[in-house]
Design a protein around this ligand. Structure first.
Ligand code: NAI
Ligand code: 2PC
Length: 325
């Protein structure tokens, strides 16, 4: 039996690529709706009366290429300024024996698979239905916002990609970095969230939601698709969503897994949201279109995605090591 290995963030980054990530993530979403994954609701620990948190996400995914048995453990402090707001590691086990195979740094994996899940949702709910791909608006220019900008640039052909951040300079810096990287002028930083949202065909929200939503229904065009990925809070009076209640009410809402949504998204029912289907069921062609022309993918993030990604990165890393030897 080989000794378990640690795959650090640099090693993970050196093998990650969008095409495999999109395939792994789409497989996890589809397999979830085929009941080929095990992923009980994640365990969430708030650290006393602080914004600090910890999450454990155990899972198992059955698939010949992306199957895996793993648990991701995250810790976070949204108030961090000089250090990352989140740390993440995945513990990967042998699918048959349960013996430890590897521990993988999972900040990049989390960003890549979350962006890929939004891209898969956008492909099936928006692009494949023939809706326009003119303007993409991304709210939040942290790790997730940046990963979404890269992923959507890779997958789609938007004419304009708008970036908004609470601190405008961060959006301006990211726009400059991406225009430079891709030799384009498509990326534009916006000062106002309303002007950024108006006329957008597709929206991504990737912030830590505050008490006031950053996107309002009356700003949005007919047929818009939104990927809302910021973590929602619905504890007593403290309700924090990136989108306004009206935005939810006027759209069909899709989730990654009912198991997670039934625990973490019950607050959306209070807004009168129509909780339509899992993305996996859309991929499988099991969902009839309804009378709402706006769609929201309310992404929670799934253990099955992390299983698929851990297996992918482990296999690519092993292959690379064998080539070097
Ligand atoms: N759905 C999923 O699978 C996942 C969701 N997330 C969530 O995505 C969100 C973004 O994560 P990261 O990019 O890693 O965080 P980050 O800290 O790197 O970036 C967050 C960005 O949002 C902005 N922001 C923070 N609070 C804000 C507020 N109240 N209003 C407006 N803007 C605000 C900050 O200026 C920052 O640029 C978080 O809520 C995180 O929990 C993270 C990983 C996976
Ligand atoms: O799926 C995930 O890894 C997370 N969702 C919200 C915070 C982290």
């Amino acid at each position: 039996m080989n000794a378990a290995m640690f795959i650090n963030e640099e090693e993970v980054k050196s093998v990650l690529n969008w095409d495999d990530t999109l395939e792994a993530t789409e497989t996890a979403l589809r397999a979830t709706s085929e009941r080929k994954s095990v992923q009980p609701p994640r365990v969430f620990a708030q650290i006393f009366n602080t914004p600090k948190w910890m999450i454990a996400m155990p899972g198992y995914l059955e698939d010949s290429r992306f199957g895996g048995w793993a648990c991701k453990i995250l810790s976070g402090n949204p108030q961090n300024v000089h250090s990352p707001t989140m740390s993440a590691n995945i513990v990967l086990y042998d699918e048959d024996s349960g013996v430890l195979k590897a521990v993988l740094s999972a900040i990049e994996i989390t960003s890549w698979r979350t962006a890929a899940a939004s891209a898969v949702a956008t492909k099936h709910l928006h692009v494949r239905t023939g809706k326009p791909q003119k303007i993409l608006a991304i709210f939040g220019c942290g790790d997730q916002g940046k990963a979404h900008a890269n992923c959507f640039y890779h997958c789609f052909n938007f004419e304009e990609i708008r970036l908004w951040n609470r601190t405008h300079q961060k959006a301006a810096n990211l726009a400059a970095e991406l225009n430079n990287k891709y030799h384009t002028l498509k990326f534009r930083a916006f000062e106002g969230n309303e002007s950024c949202a108006r006329d957008a065909d597709v929206i991504v929200t990737a912030t830590s939601p505050g008490p006031v939503p950053i996107v309002r229904s009356e700003w949005l065009k007919a047929g818009v698709h939104i990927n809302a990925i910021g973590v929602v809070t619905s504890k007593g009076e403290d309700k924090r969503y990136e989108l306004s209640a009206e935005t939810y009410k006027n759209a069909a809402v899709y989730v990654d897994s009912w198991e997670g949504a039934n625990k973490e998204l019950t607050g959306l029912l209070e807004f009168g949201a129509e909780m339509k289907a899992e993305i996996g069921d859309v991929i499988l062609g099991n969902v009839q279109s309804g009378n709402k022309d706006r769609s929201i993918f309310q992404s929670l993030g799934m253990a099955a995605e992390d299983c698929a990604m851990a297996r992918l990165v482990y296999d690519l890393h092993k292959r690379k090591q064998t080539k070097v030897l």
